[in-house]
Ligand binder design. Structure first.
Ligand SMILES: Nc1nc2c(ncn2[C@@H]2O[C@H](COP(=O)(O)OP(=O)(O)OP(=O)(O)O)[C@@H](O)[C@H]2O)c(=O)[nH]1
Ligand SMILES: [Mg+2]
Length: 301
């Protein structure tokens, strides 16, 4: 029986986007919010810390938590990333489990679903088969069967983050939330600072253009973030790498690579902030920072 008072109550909650690296969690969050907020790249392990995105509707407020992809960690950094994802799972009101429908499950998908089964969180769950635009309907049906084996009790909905997310799907998630308060003002889009998001966008721009180990050896620190006006900001940032040889690669011949990274990052930050951005980048070596507690702390991990 439906209760008409309950139906009209304002609903709210925290929705954790969970999945292995590269399935499209950050792209999905941007698509849901229709705003460029979370850093995206073609390389796995782009997201390193959780990031919130707030969707406020007349009858509900959904706080999406984009998390680092769950993977087999090699460095201390990886352990911290997995820890951040697991913490979000514990704190959430709804788990949005994301898979990549354009390929078969990987070991990392199993790592993630094993974690869900092992912990048996008493939290409702919805499954998303992302990248539907890359597969035919027949392929999608086959993938549904395969992914269903990983989480038999979870409904899987095909979606495409690049094509956009249907409002009816968002309504289904709202139905799974309890009545709750409006946690944030209605015009607030995130709880994160613009300068921190900018750092992630510089890093993801660098990840997009670099290869092998270099993308993962990068960290970004914002040294200056001056909002000159509503329309203009000046950003000075340092890109850290782990080895001297990587520094040369990031700078490139006559500074070509660094300029390319700077241009791409500036466009992303401009789209995120709605301001015109002046961006100045430099590159420094911080030996083996991914395995060094002090460096990790200094870089805010
Ligand atoms: N064709 C297609 N590509 C997508 C879609 N969603 C994401 N991608 C691409 O997949 C790649 C990874 O996307 P991300 O959003 O960074 O993936 P993620 O799950 O956040 O990855 P991590 O942060 O590493 O855990 C990027 O190149 C995206 O453009 C989709 O629906 N269709
Ligand atoms: Mg991501």
């Amino acid at each position: 029986m439906t209760n008409s008072t309950e139906d009209t109550l304002f609903r709210s909650g925290f929705l954790a986007l969970i999945g292995r690296p590269n399935v499209g969690k950050s792209t999905l969050m941007n698509a849901i919010l229709q705003h460029n907020l979370a850093a995206v790249s073609a390389r796995p392990q782009t997201t390193r810390r959780t990031q919130a995105g707030i969707l406020t509707l007349p009858h509900a407020q959904l706080i999406f938590i984009d998390t680092p992809g769950i993977h087999e960690p090699v460095h201390k950094l990886g352990k911290l990333m997995n820890h951040a994802a697991r913490t979000s799972l514990e704190d959430a009101d709804l788990h949005l489990i994301v898979f990549d429908a354009s390929m078969d499950p990987t070991e990392e998908d199993r790592l993630m679903t094993d974690l869900l089964k092992e912990k048996s969180y008493p939290i409702p769950r919805a499954g998303l088969l992302n990248k539907a635009d890359l597969v035919s309907e027949i392929e999608m049906e086959q993938r549904k069967v395969i992914y269903k084996q990983l989480l038999p009790d979870t409904d899987l909905t095909p979606v495409s983050a690049v094509k956009g997310i249907d409002r009816t799907l968002i309504d289904q998630w709202i139905d799974l939330l309890l009545p709750g308060p409006m946690y944030y003002p209605e015009d607030q889009l995130t709880v994160d600072y613009e300068r921190d998001i900018a750092a992630e966008m510089i890093r993801s721009a660098a990840m997009e253009f670099l290869h092998h180990e270099v993308p993962h050896s990068i960290a970004v620190r914002i040294d200056q973030y001056k909002e000159r006006s509503e329309e203009l900001a000046y950003i000075k940032a340092t890109i850290f790498v782990e080895r001297e040889s990587q520094k040369g690669i990031v700078i490139g011949k006559q500074g070509m690579m660094l300029r390319k990274i700077g241009t791409a990052a500036r466009k992303e930050i401009e789209s995120m902030s709605g301001r015109k951005i002046y961006l100045e980048l430099r590159v420094k070596v911080l030996p083996g920072w991914r395995n060094d507690d002090r460096s990790l702390k200094q870089l805010g991990y």
